[in-house]
Design a protein around this ligand. Structure first.
Ligand code: S3P
Length: 757
């Protein structure tokens, strides 16, 4: 940093801490300070954090290249006017000079600047470090105050880039993370995250302090009171100035808060436990979410820019697979348990719930629509159903992350509501086709807008009268079928959905379990609107789609012997078992039983040599999510495996045919991509005794698709070299804990993270 002289105007906690921080990092220039209070200057000189001080700026300005204004917000105007006057006298090289500030509100300081200079000078960069303490004065200066904290700069359109860069460097030297936003946004955000909480703390302490039992109240007030009111010890003058300066934004924030408080007051008054639980639960989860963000980078004021972490798996070659394990709960059933539980009358207790990001997004969406949901805690969730017509409008767009199932099922369900809604998702979901649900829903009378080519976001207009339709699905899709059945709950008359091939029937089973009549006539599922759902317990089986990775792992690895417990073996999901058996896998089912309308079993699998097959087309919808794992089985089989009729794989979380083909190419497994499938040349030989490696390693991009990442993880068992799989964070959407479980059974996977942009 080339700043021969830094002048700090106003030596309080912030100005003093900046001086202290710069001294500690070996700032090469002089640090001088101006303060009205000579005692503050003496204190700073004795602490060795400034080189010179004065009660007026005049003597300090010569040679100054950077001025930092750190006076209270309402004193800023006077200081700026004085500064403008002195600069006109030519006391300083104006070409070189940069001015910045640390005020907690920005619009008022910008106005004061215009007042003083007639415009905002291009060498002036307004800023605000989001750091502080309830202590004040230079004696409280802390050289670490800004370390890993945010500093917000609010440059104008014509701010000089060099001035901005120099202010950035100043803060970065103190360990701060610098970000930019507009003045208006800064003031709105701060009003909510900093000013409002201070106002509440001052008010609560003052209210209690004025009551006549104050001695008692304060004597017995412990944890909660202390935590909530720490900031009421802050500098009163400074805070008065902030509220005077940021009046409008604070009033907006206060109005929102008062509306929330009024809602809670009513709930308490009416002993409305469900409403209280809904609010507390939402808040408690939001707070925990905030904590996890907070822990990534220390950040005091509470608004965050989500830091994307890029996760990779480094898979060492070799290993074998043995043990008795239970993989997490079924994703499809978990989504539906929350949806139907929320729409039912009464309380639904769910066990075995998948605490993955996709099903948690569904859960959060219902919380946002006013449903009280307890948990999840170790797979247990309690849903206080609100009935088919009890949902409330969500406060904003519903974010469904990576989840196509979530978006398509919600589209049906929300088409029948009285309120408008909007469904959004992550980059992968935003590319996925939604016309397959939007078009039939429109035939039912729904009003839905999509982005071009039927992509998300979906905007759904509430209050439409839906009517049942007789719909023949062009693709075999359980998501489309379920979407239409959910809309059918709100439609007049019968909704009939005909499927070209059987698809998973969890929606129908769960509706029946909740006492809602659903019929099947051949290949058509039928229900009539206008009924009710009665809550009941749901035991979510382990997900056969997650089990598939371990089934294939054991199937391809000599010496393996694995038992997977309590796996859902719904006949519409067991394509993977049928295909592996046809390839020669040694599979055994035991302990078959039915839990909550879904069949489950323990599955034992031991190594046996596999052979390539032509996959029967009727098995494709029954194994639709398991092909990434099955392609790895094919790569380890003897002979060619051919898949056809699977064009749906191209519109999953990634184009799974291409993503797998690219990864197989890198490993050195010959394959030929077809429009609707793939041919894979297995690497095993007829007389394979299990000791050979089957292919090499390399660096593979999972394209953010959870199942591609897990498929190549198991490929490592027969690889000759390490496999580095990139972009694996989405494994948490369906299989939290995958790496730990994989390592427990004998695979060799390490995780690596780095920060993304
Ligand atoms: C699902 C249905 C399948 C499947 C998805 C989950 C469901 O999609 O791929 O992971 O829960 O209904 P399609 O029905 O679109 O094939």
């Amino acid at each position: 940093m080339n700043e021969p002289r830094l002048l700090i105007v106003g030596l309080g906690l912030i100005g003093g801490s900046l001086a202290a921080a710069l001294k500690e990092t070996g700032f090469p220039g002089e640090i001088v300070a101006c303060d009205r209070n000579p005692r503050e200057l003496e204190q700073a000189l004795s602490q060795g954090i400034i080189d010179a001080g004065d009660t007026s700026m005049v003597n300090l300005l010569p040679r100054t290249t950077l001025i930092l204004l750190a006076v209270p917000v309402l004193s800023m105007q006077t200081v700026l006017v004085e500064l403008a006057r002195l600069l006109d006298k030519g006391l300083v090289d104006r070409e070189r000079l940069v001015i910045t500030d640390v005020g907690s509100t920005k619009a008022s300081i910008r106005a004061a600047t215009i007042e003083a200079f007639g415009k905002i000078p291009s060498n002036l960069v307004l800023g605000h470090p989001i750091a502080g303490s309830e202590r004040s004065g230079v004696a409280a200066a802390n050289p670490r105050l800004f370390d890993r904290h945010k500093v917000i700069l609010t440059p104008e359109k014509d701010t000089a880039p060099d001035a901005l860069a120099r202010v950035r460097r100043l803060w970065q030297a103190c360990g701060a993370e610098v970000m930019e936003m507009t003045v208006e946004r800064h003031d709105q955000v701060l009003a909510r995250t900093s000013h409002l909480p201070h106002l509440l703390a001052f008010s609560l302490v003052d209210t209690l302090a004025r009551q006549h039992q104050r001695q008692d109240i304060f004597r017995y007030a412990a944890g909660g009171f202390r935590d909530f009111t720490r900031i009421a010890g802050s500098d009163p003058v400074m805070w008065r100035d902030i509220f005077l300066a940021n009046r409008d934004a604070v009033l907006d924030a206060l109005d929102d808060f008062q509306a929330g408080l009024a809602g809670l007051r009513k709930a308490v008054e009416q002993a409305d436990g469900d409403s209280m639980l809904a609010i507390f639960d939402r808040a408690s989860h939001a707070r925990r979410y905030f904590d996890t963000l907070l822990n990534q980078s220390s950040y005091q004021a509470g608004y965050q820019i989500m830091q994307q972490t890029i996760l990779s798996f480094r898979v060492s070659p070799g290993g074998s697979v043995s043990r008795r394990i239970r993989v997490p709960g079924d994703k499809s059933i978990s989504h539906r348990s929350i949806m139907l539980g929320a729409l039912a009358e009464g309380v639904t207790e769910v066990s075995g719930f998948l605490e993955g990001e996709d099903s948690l997004a569904t859960l959060q969406a219902f919380r946002d629509m006013g449903v009280a949901i307890e948990g999840p805690s170790q797979g247990r969730v309690t849903i206080h159903g609100v009935g088919l017509h009890g949902l409330k409008p969500p406060p904003g767009p519903i974010y469904l992350g990576n989840s196509g199932t979530g978006m398509r099922l919600f589209a049906g369900l929300l088409s029948g509501q009285a309120f408008d809604s909007e469904l959004t998702g992550d980059a992968s979901l935003t590319k996925r086709p939604m016309n397959r649900v939007a078009e039939p829903l429109r035939q039912m009378g729904a009003q839905i807008d999509t982005a071009p080519e039927g992509r998300p976001p979906l905007k759904i207009r509430g209050g439409q009268a839906l009517k049942g339709i007789d719909y023949e699905m062009p693709v075999a899709s359980a998501q489309v079928k379920s979407c239409l059945l959910l809309a059918g709950l709100y439609a007049k008359g019968e909704t009939r959905v005909r499927e070209p091939a059987p698809t998973r029937d969890h929606t129908e089973r769960m509706l029946s379990g909740f006492g809602y009549p659903v019929r099947r006539e051949g290949d058509t599922a039928i229900l009539s609107g206008g009924g009710t759902l009665q809550a009941g317990p749901i035991d979510v089986p382990a997900d056969i789609s997650s089990a598939a990775f371990f089934l294939v792992a054991a199937a391809i690895t000599p010496g393996s012997d694995l038992i997977l417990e309590h796996v859902g073996i719904n006949p519409t999901r067991i394509g993977v078992l049928n295909i592996l058996r046809a390839m020669g896998a040694d599979l055994e089912l035991s302990g078959q039983q039915e839990v909550g309308g879904e069949p489950v079993a323990d599955i034992r699998i031991r190594y046996a040599p596999l052979r390539g097959i032509d996959i029967p087309v009727d098995q494709v919808p029954l194994a639709i999510d398991e092909f990434p794992a099955l392609f790895i089985a094919a790569a380890n089989a003897c002979g060619t495996t051919r898949l056809r009729g699977a064009e749906e794989l191209r519109v999953k979380e990634s184009d799974r045919i291409q993503a797998m083909a690219s990864g197989l190419d890198i490993l050195g497994v010959t394959n030929t991509v077809r429009e609707d499938g793939i041919d894979i040349e297995g690497r095993a030989e007829k007389d394979d005794d299990g000791s050979r490696v089957h292919y090499g390693g390399g660096r593979i991009d999972s394209l953010g698709d959870h199942r591609i990442a897990m498929a190549f993880s198991i490929a490592g068992l027969r690889a000759g070299e390490p496999i580095l799989i990139e972009n694996c964070a989405n494994v948490a959407t369906s299989f939290p804990g995958f790496v730990d479980l994989a390592n427990q059974v004998g695979m060799l996977i390490e995780t690596e993270t780095r920060e993304g942009s």
